[in-house]
Design a protein around this ligand. Structure first.
Ligand SMILES: [Cu+2]
Length: 70
């Protein structure tokens, strides 16, 4: 299992956190998600056979801009 960290902008409240969490968990291979609203940092654990692009694209569709930090 791998671990990545994303920086997500556009989250303003607990509903955004739930939304982002749900969206990321719909991506195949994702096993766990941690979200810190204040910093916008999002940790994701799992297998990423197609890289992080599917996650970034799904979040963009929901109106959140995500960047890979590590
Ligand atoms: Cu919100």
């Amino acid at each position: 299992m791998k671990s990545i960290e994303l920086s997500v902008t556009g989250m303003t409240c607990g509903n955004c956190v739930k939304h982002v969490d749900h969206t990321i968990r719909t991506i195949a291979g994702v096993e766990d998600v941690q979200i810190e609203l204040s910093s916008g940092k999002v940790g994701v654990q799992g297998e990423f056979p197609q890289g992080v692009e599917p996650i970034i694209a799904a979040l963009a569709e929901d109106g959140y801009v995500a960047k890979l930090i590590s």
